[in-house]
Structure formats: structure tokens, C-alpha cells
Design a protein around this ligand. Structure first.
Ligand SMILES: [Mg+2]
Length: 429
């Protein structure tokens, strides 16, 4: 018989409607009103990437298309995303939380998990700590920045607990509450179970949380086709499961959905140039060289996948030089089919693969300075680095290569992946 742990070892903080809350914090006229945040301004054919609770109360949520949202609420406030502000507040919030407890793992821009130690593991103390953190954030960072906190025997359940009460929640899951306190959830409500996994579980006859709970752990592994299933089963039962080792970084990229006025092909090309320089700047800052440049474009039309998307790549000797990648882009851009379908481009994604860290580069690569190609490459890399320093010091776009795609949002590409917080430096790239 599995012994369910009793100690409360984790505290998880999740900010409520984070992007929308930051906007309400910065723009007091938005407070108390239904607000959504959108990735690009000037179009209804995009979806909300965040909705405040006033909007959620009307049935508007993350993912709702703006034309639907406007129909539901004609007075809806639609705010274009300002990711630099969200990153700035992220750092302020983390600094505040750190005054109360060390941060064990920052899970996303608005979520952090903290390990409880010693007396903090006692229920009353953990609750008091959670209240201090919540109050610290609203008092010292911003009154609009509500959060939900979960406290549980392991990190997974602490996240689940943080989802149980929103907004402004504080939920404790103790070993003895399991599985009863979770049985009202569907499997899809659990972090890590998406639509595909739900289908796979259903075809194995597992359609409720109780039926998953009752499985043997080995059976969970076979349903998942991986050890992950067994790990997930133990996590749900409150057991501390060790983290798999961090995967090595193997790609750097930037991607952007273009505002409608930037979609004609010749303008989209400028966005692609900008994204490329941004990705390569990041590559240099992280100390990598890349040997494969991939360009993906999606056309501004509806239709089957093979008629609406195009991608290709160029292999290069390992480099971190802007000009080498811009040349690769030129080459690929000219290869995009010149069909009517590709007259307008909606989405561009740039990826750099084959990453090698500077320290792992053969020393002779730069030693061969007598070689004119190597010498030229070194010169270009130095020029690229000089541009980084100037843009870092005097601000974004002080020095650019070629024309700047106006009116391009200044934050092209520094989109928030929910699992990756852009480093502050990226906003100057
Ligand atoms: Mg959140």
C-alpha cells in the first residue's frame, strides 16, 4: 500500500490574469473593466492572450477570438501586449517573493515554485507565509496583482492547488485530502494532460481522475508509452518525483505574427531581417555559434497546410555573424514560391540550429586569420558585437542593418512563451 506523504513541502504562486493585471496596474482607467490583451493591434482576427476577471466573468478567456469577444462585450477594452512591461513586473514580483522565501524554480513569467523548509512545512505557518507573500505583492508591487497560492506535499500538487481557487486563492492540499479534493477535476484540468493524452487515456478506458488514481503505476507507464506516465501517477499521489535533467539548449529562434499592414511580401521581408538579427544577437549574447538557419513562413490565406506554409533551411559553417545569417535569409526568401498564395505573409519564424558553445569551438577556427574567409568572418563578428554594445547602451535600433520595418512593434519576436521568460537584455536587441 502506497503511503501518502503528510508534510507540506511546496508552495506555488500563480499570478491571476497576469498580462491583463499588469495593464490594469499601469493604466488605472482599465481597472474594474473587461480587458483583454492581444498580440498585435489593429486586427480582429487574433485571439486574446490574456483576459482579466471582469472579462472572464462574461465568458471571454485566453484564446477567445477578438471578433467573438467584441460580440459578447461591445465595450471590451482591447490592449496590445507590452511584453517588456510584463518582464519588468515579473522581476519586481520575484524580488518581493524572495523577501519571504527563496525561489526554487521559476516556472513561467507569472508562476514560481518554492520549497518549504523546517517549520514552514507546518500547515498554519505555510498559510501565514502565503498570506504575507500575497500581501507583499499587492502592497509593494501593485494593487492589481492578485495571485493564487497552492500548498501541497509536492510541486505538482502545489500547482494543482494554485489552480483550484481563482482569483485570489489560497488552497492547501494535504495527503489525507487525496484524492477526494481532486475528484471534481477532469483529467484535462491537470497540468501536463493535453487533448492528445486525454484521448490516449480514454482509449485505455481512463476517463476520470478516479480511474487514473486507481491504476497501478506500471499501468500508467504503459498507457503513456513512457516512464513519464509513472512519474505523473506518483506526482498525483503526492510523492516527490525527482526532476529529469535539464535538456541542453539546441535551438534559438524568434517568431512573429505580422500586423496586417506588414503582410505584403516586400514588407514581410524586412520583418524577417529584423527577426534574424534579433535571433543572432541573442545567439551571441548566450555565447553560441549556429550552423543551420531555418526560415518558416505562413501565408495570409486559409487552406490546406501544404498550400499555406513554406519552410527551408541553409547550412553554414558555425558562426554568430549577422551578415552570414542575413545572406542565408536572402537566399531562402528568394526561394519562397512566387505564387498568389504567397503574396502576403502572416507569420514568420526564424530558427537557428546546430548550436555550439564558444568554448567548444575548435580554437583554430579563428586562428586561421591568414585565410581571407576566416578573416572576413572575424571582422563581421566584431562588427556585429559592436552593434550589440551600441544598442545595449543607447537603446533598441540605435544601429540597424538596412531599413527598419516601420511601423513594426518595437518588441518583434520578444514574445512571451509561457514557459520562457525573455531575458531583460532581449528588449534592446
Ligand atoms: Mg497565471
Amino acid at each position: 500500500m502506497l503511503e501518502i506523504p503528510t508534510a507540506l513541502r511546496w508552495l506555488y504562486i500563480d499570478l491571476n490574469s497576469y498580462f491583463a493585471s499588469v495593464e490594469q496596474q499601469l493604466q488605472p482607467q482599465l481597472r474594474g473593466k473587461p480587458v483583454v490583451v492581444v498580440p498585435t493591434s489593429g486586427t480582429d482576427s487574433t485571439c486574446a492572450i490574456a483576459a482579466c476577471y471582469e472579462a472572464k466573468a462574461l465568458g471571454i478567456k485566453t484564446g477567445t477570438m477578438i471578433y467573438d469577444a467584441r460580440r459578447i462585450c461591445p465595450t471590451l477594452m482591447i490592449v496590445p501586449a507590452r511584453h517588456d512591461k510584463y518582464v519588468d513586473y515579473h522581476h519586481r514580483i520575484m524580488t518581493e517573493i524572495e523577501r519571504h522565501i527563496p525561489l526554487t524554480k521559476i516556472c513561467s513569467i507569472d508562476e514560481v515554485a518554492c520549497r518549504l523548509m523546517g517549520d514552514e512545512q507546518k500547515k498554519d505557518n505555510a498559510i501565514a507565509l502565503a498570506r504575507r507573500i500575497k500581501k507583499g505583492i499587492t502592497d509593494n508591487v501593485g494593487i492589481c496583482l492578485g495571485s493564487s497560492v497552492g500548498i501541497a506535499p509536492n510541486r505538482f500538487l502545489s500547482k494543482v492547488a494554485s489552480n483550484l481557487q481563482k482569483p485570489d486563492g489560497l488552497t492547501v492540499i494535504e495527503g489525507q485530502d487525496l484524492p477526494g479534493c481532486l475528484l471534481h477535476l477532469s483529467l484535462r484540468d491537470l497540468p501536463g494532460i493535453g487533448r492528445k493524452m486525454e484521448q490516449r487515456l480514454a482509449s485505455a478506458g481512463i476517463t476520470s481522475l478516479q480511474s487514473f488514481w486507481d491504476l497501478a503505476p506500471k499501468h500508467a507507464r504503459s498507457v503513456w508509452h513512457s516512464v513519464q506516465g509513472e512519474r505523473f501517477w506518483y506526482a498525483l499521489h503526492g510523492i516527490e518525483v525527482s526532476e529529469p535533467p535539464e535538456t541542453k539548449r539546441h535551438t534559438i529562434g524568434h517568431s512573429h505574427v505580422l500586423a496586417p499592414q506588414m503582410r505584403p511580401r516586400h514588407k514581410a521581408r524586412m520583418v524577417a531581417r529584423r527577426l534574424t538579427v534579433k535571433a543572432v544577437t541573442r545567439l551571441r549574447r548566450l555565447g553560441f555559434h549556429a550552423s543551420l538557419y531555418n526560415l518558416y513562413v505562413r501565408y495570409d490565406i486559409r487552406g490546406p497546410r501544404e498550400q499555406t506554409r513554406w519552410q527551408s533551411h541553409v547550412k553554414l559553417p558555425p558562426t554568430q555573424d549577422n551578415f552570414a545569417f542575413l545572406q542565408a535569409l536572402n537566399h531562402l526568401w528568394d526561394a519562397i514560391p512566387k505564387t498568389q498564395n504567397a503574396a502576403r505573409i502572416k507569420h514568420i519564424s526564424i530558427s537557428l540550429y546546430g548550436l555550439i558553445h564558444e568554448e567548444d569551438i575548435m580554437p583554430d577556427m579563428f586562428a586561421r586569420l591568414e585565410d581571407p574567409v576566416a578573416r572576413n568572418q572575424k571582422k563581421n563578428t566584431q562588427l556585429s558585437q559592436a552593434m550589440d554594445r551600441i544598442n545595449g547602451k543607447y537603446g533598441l535600433d540605435t544601429v540597424v542593418i538596412g531599413a527598419l520595418p516601420c511601423p513594426l512593434s518595437p518588441h518583434t519576436g520578444s514574445k512571451i512563451a509561457f514557459t520562457r521568460i525573455p531575458e531583460k537584455a532581449e528588449f534592446h536587441e
